[in-house]
Ligand binder design. Structure first.
Ligand code: NAD
Length: 293
């Protein structure tokens, strides 16, 4: 059993660390926010006051933070303190360049690194049913997999360093855009007099079908579990969708890729966020398209 330091015990990190503890791992968590440490401790995660304390001698370091800057900061501080050859796993969603930089500083410190951002949200973190999209050398991926399996249901090797983040950003680009296309169609149908139920019935078995429609329908009724049925309570926050689309735009600019729909979608989510939707589920963007936000 490895000694695991888990840094970043927020909405996602706390339940993920608790799942490692529940699976019998020896975990020490830490977060710079005292409240986050207290909430994680209440879930059974032993906590240290500082990342340095948690990371001293750790064989595995997991980070679940908000930005590339934070990941690089924590990794720089813990690389000299962790055990020789330690495995550093970053589960945060961050920009591809920072992820690759994190791999480089780990390599320079003779540690192993993997970027392993997740899909599945807070519900998936609690249920240990997350999907991990991993970027690493094959050997590092196979070392990390049994640990990730304690927090998730699908552990995917997407390629070398940074390509887990690339997969996550490309996936969320598809999600962000298809949600807007789906919402736009429902708003149009409403204006023409086509009921949401009739459009759903037709599109769900036709070529308009997507996850945004059949698992996360942006209007109440057709999919009872979707956030639309509870006034767009999250779910997946609009601000987080916006963050991911902006990361995708940055990656596109750096790679010279053309992503006009990503840019348009980011604008619409930004507008929805500015008009009161920031902390609502991203599918509530339909309110903008209906002129209701
Ligand atoms: P969060 O803001 O709830 O948690 C992040 C935690 O990191 C905070 O508690 C913060 O205090 C801590 N932190 C920041 N800098 C630190 C440092 N230097 N040292 C120690 N602790 C530090 O965020 P979250 O919702 O848990 O998301 C974490 C990551 O997962 C983000 O990158 C997010 O984009 C991604 N993500 C979130 C969701 C979701 O539904 N919430 C879904 C998929 C991916």
């Amino acid at each position: 059993m490895a000694r695991i330091a888990f840094i970043g015990l927020g909405a996602m990190g706390a339940p993920m660390a608790a799942n490692l503890v529940a699976a019998g791992e020896k975990v020490t968590g830490s977060d710079r926010a005292g409240g986050a440490r207290e909430r994680a401790a209440a879930l059974g995660v032993p906590c240290a006051a500082t990342a340095e304390e948690a990371g001293a001698g750790a064989e595995v370091v997991v980070t679940m933070l908000q930005s590339g800057e934070q990941t690089l900061d924590v990794w720089r501080r813990l690389l000299p303190r962790a055990a020789t050859g330690a495995l550093f796993i970053d589960c945060s969603t961050i920009d591809v360049e920072s992820a690759r930089h994190a791999h480089r500083i780990a390599e320079a410190a003779l540690a192993r690194a993997i970027d392993a951002p997740v899909s599945g949200g807070v519900a998936g973190a609690r249920a240990a049913s997350l999907t991990f999209m991993c970027g690493a050398e094959a050997e590092t991926f196979w070392t990390a997999k049994p640990i990730l399996e304690k927090m998730g249901a699908r552990i995917l090797h997407c390629g070398g360093p940074g390509l887990g983040q690339a997969a996550k950003l490309c996936n969320n680009l598809m999600l962000g855009v298809t949600m807007i296309a789906t919402a736009e169609a429902f708003a149009l149908a409403d204006r023409i007099g086509l009921s949401a139920e009739a459009l759903y019935e037709a599109a769900a078995v036709s070529s308009g079908q997507s996850w945004s429609l059949t698992s996360y329908c942006p209007v109440p009724g057709p999919v009872p579990a979707s956030p639309a049925n509870r006034d767009y309570a999250p779910g997946f926050l609009t601000v987080l969708m916006l963050k991911d689309l902006r990361l995708a735009e940055t990656a596109a600019a750096q790679a010279g890729a053309v992503t006009p729909l990503c840019a348009a979608a980011a604008q619409l989510y930004a507008l929805y966020a500015a008009q009161g939707g920031a902390e609502k589920d991203f599918s509530g963007v339909i309110e903008i398209l209906r002129g209701k936000a």
